[in-house]
Design a protein around this ligand. Structure first.
Ligand SMILES: [Fe+2]
Ligand SMILES: [Fe+2]
Length: 143
């Protein structure tokens, strides 16, 4: 399973959400590169927990910001999308615990995380971008 990197196809054309997505993908990719090239030591124990806690916090913050945007925009799929964020956090944390117990490296965990992000952005966040475009189009002045 390879690392998923930020691609222009992820853009949903909501500037603040695109910025956060790109920062998440780029941040994790930079970290994995450092780990694989052994520019930094594979974290274990408390350091690994701190690192995973930091990434979890970034993801939670992103989900909260996205949910605020959806709510303010009156997005009809808000509740379903919010539930999907919750499922991702709950299931992600369970899987991470299992993988750590099985001795997987942090870089492998991070690669997994970028795959989940890829699936979520493509399946759910892109839909949000389409909704935003339709809304903007509905406000356009007739020519
Ligand atoms: Fe989302
Ligand atoms: Fe998102």
């Amino acid at each position: 399973m390879g690392l998923v990197r930020w691609r222009d196809e992820y853009k949903i054309d909501i500037a603040e959400i695109d910025r956060e997505h790109q920062a998440l993908f780029d941040g994790i990719a930079a970290l994995v590169t450092c780990l694989l090239l052994q520019r930094i030591k594979e974290p274990d124990g408390e350091r690994r927990q701190l690192l995973l806690d930091e990434i979890t916090l970034q993801l939670k913050t992103h989900f909260r910001n996205e949910e605020t945007w959806m709510k303010e925009a009156g997005y009809p799929e808000y509740e379903q999308h919010r539930q999907e964020h919750k499922r991702l956090m709950d299931e992600g944390q369970r899987i991470i615990r299992e993988k750590i117990a099985a001795g997987e490296s942090v870089s492998d965990l991070l690669v997994c995380l970028t795959c989940w992000m890829d699936e979520h952005v493509v399946e759910y966040d892109k839909e949000l971008g389409r909704y935003a475009k339709q809304r903007i189009a509905s406000y356009a002045c007739p020519s």
